[in-house]
Design a protein around this ligand. Structure first.
Ligand code: NI
Length: 172
């Protein structure tokens, strides 16, 4: 697969609902691998297929710190089965909103069910950064971005900045 490039806001594909995959076959595995490559290349910790222009319910993540063993997650059709009542606030960014950050409050722990790269059903509990990352990536599958949790004022400041940056890039 040729190198995937990550879409940047504004792009209508980032606002769409993504479709489930029927099964994890070679095509989906190639997509997952390509997404992980693009994510690592961009020094991101998670990526959803709509961010590379593919409207399928596929996400990847690796939240390991530089001093830890890398741990790549490949998930198709992720479904958050349970969310803790306790919530935590944390700063988020997104490869589709480069250099923009904002605090988002989310459930601290989740349970997620997904198909792994071998098309096996898995269930996993996650907390900390992994829980935040999976929720952020699952949102992408519904066309939801982290800025949608911010105040209208903050969101508009970020979106205007990105629209302007995109126009300037296009003009070069
Ligand atoms: Ni994102």
């Amino acid at each position: 697969m040729s190198r995937l490039s990550v879409l940047v806001v504004p792009d209508s594909r980032l606002k769409r609902h993504a479709e489930p995959v029927a099964r994890v076959d070679d095509g989906v595995r190639r997509l997952m691998d390509g997404m992980l490559e693009a994510m690592h290349e961009a020094k991101g910790i998670g990526l959803a297929a709509p961010q590379v222009g593919v409207l399928k319910r596929v996400i990847v993540a690796d939240v390991s710190r530089p001093d830890e063993e890398p741990r790549d997650y490949r998930m198709a059709n992720p479904e958050i089965l349970w969310r803790s009542e306790d919530e935590v606030s944390g700063e988020e960014g997104c490869l589709s909103l480069p250099e923009q950050y904002g605090d988002v409050t989310r459930p601290a722990r989740i349970k997620v069910r997904y198909l792994d790269h071998q098309n096996e059903i898995r269930e996993m509990e996650a907390d900390g950064l992994l829980a935040r990352c999976i929720q952020h990536e699952a949102d992408h599958l519904e066309g939801v971005l982290f800025v949608d949790y911010l105040s209208l004022l903050k969101r508009n400041i970020i979106l205007r900045k990105l629209a302007k940056a995109k126009k300037q890039t296009a003009a070069v």
